[in-house]
Write a protein that binds this ligand. Structure first.
Ligand SMILES: Nc1ncnc2c1ncn2[C@@H]1O[C@H](COP(=O)(O)OP(=O)(O)O)[C@@H](O)[C@H]1O
Ligand SMILES: [Mg+2]
Length: 324
């Protein structure tokens, strides 16, 4: 599969300023030298504990945050320096769905008005009213939902409006940042099914961010695991669950509760000791070494790069050499 988007060596550092002169005294290293490909038609899952930089990376891809270093390529074009009008085609082709539709949907507008606004801003060439009805129906909402305000709907229905808004301009990529994380499990399943259905119907490509690995496993073809701003491992979904190679990925997978209490008892947990270090002052060498059960001296000194293990599996870890 060809790459539709390429994130190339992207770092995002947020300056921390102090004092009267607002001098920069430090930086939050939210994303550090991330390289990732999003292939046409795939769903790529991005996982990792809270604070590891997933949302920042998503917002960088959406051109809502400027990368400190690196570039984003989309369909052969470097979109990192596009500005104003130059960005409009990109904004049509890459859409987003966020976690909390309550904060991303205007509370004073009905769903019909919300959808109409997006279509008008981007000068939708067809019949706007018909398109609004079509979008609602595509997302499993009856026509009467056009007249409802966000607070008159359930969480699942609001997220359907969020999806309808993302779909409005026929995008190629949808970035889903914790799109189902706030919903009840049964509603989550319905929204995941809808996302799957839409993906098949329109050949969409997803960058799907979630901290719930079981949800990601269900929806995504490939998974990238992030820790403290860096990508630690990437592989096919099946492969990463069957054969996780990075100690951090293993710990994440071990932490998924199993529905079977008997099995749960017999399972060996590789507990992750301690807290995630602060991105203000990340550990030297491999950022995971302070919590890693396999850490060696080398891990404190050198930064491991993502190394290809098989055709579609890569991990950044020195312990893998020792293992091989
Ligand atoms: N605008 C910002 N200014 C300063 N720090 C930020 C900003 N946005 C995010 N951060 C910090 O960057 C790190 C990564 O955050 P985020 O991308 O939201 O992680 P995630 O989505 O994985 O939970 C966190 O330490 C967060 O506090
Ligand atoms: Mg986030």
């Amino acid at each position: 599969m060809e790459a539709l988007m390429r994130i190339e060596g992207v770092s995002v550092h947020f300056p921390v300023r102090k004092g009267l002169l607002q001098r920069q005294v430090a930086a939050v290293r939210a994303v550090e030298n991330v390289t990732l490909e999003l292939r046409k038609g795939e769903a790529l899952g991005l996982v990792g504990e809270s604070g590891c930089g997933k949302t920042t990376l998503a917002r960088t891809v959406l051109r809502l945050v400027e990368p400190t270093e690196g570039a984003i390529w989309f369909d052969g074009q470097n979109i990192t320096d596009l500005k104003g009008k130059g960005l409009a085609p990109y904004r049509r082709r890459v859409a987003a769905i966020f976690q909390d539709p309550f904060s991303s949907l205007n509370p004073r507008m009905t769903s019909g008005q919300i959808l109409t606004e997006v279509l008008k801003v981007h000068k939708y060439p067809g019949d706007v009213t018909a398109r609004v009805q079509e979008l609602l129906s595509l997302c499993g909402l009856a026509p009467r939902f056009a007249d409802l305000f966000p607070h008159e709907m359930s969480g699942g229905q609001r997220q359907r409006v969020g999806i309808a808004r993302a779909l409005a301009l026929d995008p190629e990529i949808i970035v889903c940042d914790e799109a189902v994380s706030a919903l009840d499990v049964s509603i989550q399943a319905q929204i995941i099914n809808l996302l799957e259905e839409l993906r098949t119907k329109f050949g969409l490509t997803y960058l799907f961010i979630g901290h719930d690995l079981s949800v990601v496993r269900h929806l995504c073809d490939r998974v990238a695991v992030m820790y403290l701003g860096r990508v630690m491992e990437t592989a096919d979904s099946e492969e990463i669950f069957a054969n996780p190679r990075h100690p951090y990925t293993r710990a994440l997978i071990d932490a998924i509760p199993t529905p079977d209490p008997e099995g749960e008892r017999g399972r060996e947990h590789v507990a992750l000791g301690g807290e995630i270090p602060s991105p203000l002052n990340p550990p030297s060498g491999c950022v995971f070494h302070t919590r890693c059960p396999l850490a060696m001296e080398r891990c404190r000194q050198e930064v491991p790069v993502l190394e290809r293990l098989t055709r579609d599996h890569a991990a950044a870890c020195f312990a893998l050499d020792a293992e091989a």
